[in-house]
Design a protein around this ligand. Sequence first.
Ligand code: SF4
Length: 340
Amino acid sequence: MNLSKTEIIRLLSDDEHEAKLLSHADAVRRQYVGDEVHLRALLEFSNICRNNCLYCGLRKDNLKVKRYHLSAEEMVETARLAAQLGFKTVVMQSGEDMYYTAARLCPIIEAIKKFDVAITLSIGERSYADYKAFREAGADRYLMRIETTNQELYHRLDPKMSWQHRYDCLMMIKELGYELGSGIMVGLPDQTIDSVADDLLFLQQIGVDMAGIGPFIPHPETPLADCKGGTLHLALRTMAIMRLLLPDINIPATTAMEALAQNGQALALNSGANVLMPNVTAGGYCKLYELYPGQKHSINNTPKQWYDSVCSKINSIGRIVGQGYGGHKSTLLSHKKSEA
Ligand code: SF4
């Protein structure tokens, strides 16, 4: 569906008709991607990062974080358990940890691929050669948020990083045939509604296969600790408009939404979302991967308990747990075509 920037701004700003927007997005979701909720097993394998994003609890200047990275054996074993539980996608996520070179990561991707799962990488900015190597090793999808299309704001919040370089990375990823996931944060300091509308149009224009919308939640150990955070309302509206703009893509109910309200993810699933990403990282590590406060709700549970509770959550709102790999429809079709 095409919406003008003016229409998007109106929808983002309209308190009175929010319920109508969210329920329309829910109907569009049902029509285009059905009632399945696809589960992605989130494996946070390293909280080490070379960057210093002002909003992020893992920024390198946060000396209070105990840093870790999992061994290859730990990663493969966690993925094996996730596949055994029924997950059909493993999301391998980390900060920008350069210990994990392509030479180290590719054999791990190859080993995990043997469990008959789709693999999503979420490890930040790399070279074209690395992206190519990961793809050839079996990675199917790549997730990297653009965060904001306001370049001045981006450069203020992500010191020493380049918006243009991030954009170039997204284009490399697309060119290499990955399913491309991106997304934005809403409610950032000095971010305007006008800018969020630009972000949505940007994601539509580059044709993402997955879009994650997360509210900004200030982390106490960052320079933005005292800033006002984003609201669940704005995050839900932004996500709902994303569903209208790209009706058949995958949209996660983000954990940041759950951090703002106990039923945040259920609300998101009823407002256009069709993906959940439960964390399967072992509890001891999981609690060290804190991008924002209130992030973890599963650290005292085993992956099995967490998996079962997520399935019940899905069933309790009348939805069903996706059984397949849950890729973006058009991309899956094109894969099938090339295999034929
Ligand atoms: S947002 Fe990502 S790149 Fe930035 S500091 Fe956090 S983990 Fe590193």
